[in-house]
Design a protein around this ligand. Structure first.
Ligand code: CUA
Length: 159
């Protein structure tokens, strides 16, 4: 069976591209810890107000120095707003929704996750540049989706 020369070339091009994509995925996962920004942690969205953690959203410094931001997304706002975090320190976001699917994205950064009712979306991000960043909902969640924003304030590190 003979294969047309052009067909053979394109088969190799396709094989090369697939191999390149797999290598990129493996390298970014292994060397830059790139992975889906979530883990499986569930809660009851109907009783969020009484939840020991999500009943009081806010920014908390843990005894070991970690910064944890506990957030609730709901039509059509985020709590707390504004969010104030220090620059140059890892900040762990823990976010859930009390109603429908929302998004959470800090404009101009890679801090970005889906926010699902019933689940905790968690990721850690270090903001190196002080300033004010808009937080936007990037999953369509209803009539005022476009107005669902908040503000992140990254404060200069105190020494
Ligand atoms: Cu919340 Cu779109």
């Amino acid at each position: 069976m003979s294969v047309n020369a052009y067909e053979r070339i394109w088969m190799w091009v396709a094989t090369f591209l697939i191999a390149a994509f797999v290598i990129v995925i493996v390298l970014t996962a292994g060397m830059q810890a790139v992975h889906p920004p979530s883990h499986v942690e569930t809660l009851d969205p109907a009783t969020l107000d009484a939840h020991p953690e999500f009943g009081k959203p806010g920014v908390f410094e843990q005894p070991d120095g970690r910064i944890v931001v506990v957030m609730v997304a709901a039509m059509f706002a985020f709590a707390p707003d504004p969010v104030e975090v220090p620059a140059g320190r890892p900040v762990t976001f823990r976010i859930t929704s009390s109603d429908v699917l929302h998004g959470f994205a800090v404009a101009g950064t890679n801090a970005n996750t889906m926010v699902m009712p019933g689940y905790v979306s968690q990721f850690t991000y270090t903001f190196n540049k002080p300033g004010e960043y808009p937080i936007v909902c990037n999953e369509y969640c209803g009539l005022m989706h476009h107005a669902m924003t908040a503000k992140l304030v990254v404060k200069e590190r105190q020494r």
